[in-house]
Every structure is written in structure tokens, then in C-alpha cells.
Design a protein. Sequence first.
Length: 129
Amino acid sequence: MITDPLANFITALQNAAKAGVETVVVPHSRLKDSVATILKKEGYLSSVERKGKKTSKIEVTLAYDNGEAHVHGVKRISKPSRRMYLGVSEIYGVKNGYGHLVLSTPEGIMTGQQAKKAKVGGEVLFEIW
């Protein structure tokens, strides 16, 4: 039983990047679909596809440049045992601007930069660089 599906998803991305694997297939959920769309927009993934009808899956393809993955690391911040929330003034940069903070806000899933621009805070899901 998976108790934290989002942590499983981002760990799968990190492991695939370290192993040099191009595609990762995970069970579908709206949260993972939204996160994958944000990661594609930010350049960490090259494609996101939904597969199947009954047992739907998400197939994501990692972005690579010269054999090196764009995903170097991830860190889960808010966990099921301890939720972490930030106001708009508390949102911080990751790895001196080379990484992104992904938040769940009332406006939807967005990066820290987008949340600051929209002037909303929310639950900090994870950092990616």
C-alpha cells in the first residue's frame, strides 16, 4: 500500500534520472497529472501522456541534454504526517534560482514563482532541481 502517492511519483522521477531511464509509468491521479504538467512547463519533463481507460496510467518522459537529465534531485517537504504551509511572503527560492518549489494553492498546483506573482500561498509539496 502506497501511503504517499506524490512522494512515490517524484522518487520515481529522481531514480529514473539517476539511472538514465527515459520514461516512467505511474498510476494516474489528478494531483500527479497537475504536477507532471507543471514539471513539463518548467522543462524537467519532455512529454506527459495518459494511457489506458480502466486502469489509467500516466507516462512521463524525462528531458535530457547531452545524456544528462534535467532532474538532479527532489525533496518532499509537506508529508502526510506533517503538512507545511507558506504564506506568499515566506515563499523562497530553491538552489539559488536553479530549482523550483511546487505548491498546492487555492488557485491550483503552481511553482513558487507563479504563486508569488498570483499573490497566493499554500501547501509546499516538494522542491525540485
